[in-house]
Design a protein around this ligand. Structure first.
Ligand code: ATP
Length: 214
């Protein structure tokens, strides 16, 4: 059975970095990938765009292909979205199907601050995606927890439901939503850092452009 890979984030806004690495991860693992927007991320300040606006952007970005899909379950939950709760729910839903939580190397480096992070390995594999230009320092405790779980063989991930960690080497793209918000707020037009669909409807990027208005 094809693994189901989950790629969570604020997607504020979704950018070419997210799409490209999710696409390549899907190829490397031969997995279906779901993009899963978070409502109130426990680790950071509130997003600039509302949940509805971020979903609209995701829909526009994902149009025209079917390998990457959208899963809005975390937006339907009230309060902070803890990844472990979501993964446990998905595990119930999908039985023994391999699940892979995709994390950029920066997000993976911060894993120890996540709610019940060690329990994640009971319900999911983790796919770590290289990301340039960000802090990816890993603590000794994290490395120790991960060492016995490492594999570099996607077929191992496909043959077990959970518990392994695989580094996924994708084309490095130094793009962040923070930088895109800065460019839009400064009145710039970061056209080729964002999916083309986001420019079809001017209201989609309005929340960021308005940041510069008095
Ligand atoms: P922000 O700048 O607002 O923090 P971001 O660009 O990091 O946003 P998020 O929505 O916070 O995007 O990230 C969701 C996931 O995507 C995280 O696991 C993050 O590491 C990963 N990610 C984002 N951009 C890239 C990229 N260019 N390359 C690899 N992984 C990425």
């Amino acid at each position: 059975m094809k693994p189901l890979a989950l790629f969570g984030g604020t997607f504020d806004p979704i950018h070419i970095g997210h799409l490209s690495v999710a696409w390549e991860a899907s190829e490397l693992l031969d997995a279906e990938v779901r993009l899963m927007p978070a409502s109130v991320p426990p680790h950071r300040s509130a997003p600039t765009a509302t949940a509805e606006q971020r979903v609209e952007m995701l829909r526009a970005a994902l149009r025209g292909q079917s390998r990457l899909t959208l899963d809005t379950r975390e937006l339907d939950r009230s309060g902070p979205s803890y990844t472990i709760d979501t993964l446990e729910e998905l595990r119930e839903e999908f039985g023994d199907r391999p699940l892979v939580l995709l994390l950029g190397a920066d997000a993976f480096a911060g894993l120890r601050s996540w709610q019940r992070w060690r329990d994640l390995f009971d319900v999911t594999h983790i796919g770590v995606i290289n990301r340039p230009g960000v802090d990816t320092f890993r603590s000794v405790e994290l490395e120790r927890a991960v060492a016995p779980r490492r594999t570099d063989d996607p077929s191992v991930v496909r043959s077990q439901p959970a518990g392994r960690v695989i580094e996924l080497t994708v084309t490095p793209l130094e793009i962040s939503a923070t930088r895109i918000r800065e460019l839009l707020a400064a009145g710039r037009d970061p056209r080729y850092l964002l999916p083309a669909g986001l420019f079809d409807d001017p209201s989609l990027l309005a929340p960021y452009r308005e940041l510069s208005s008095p």
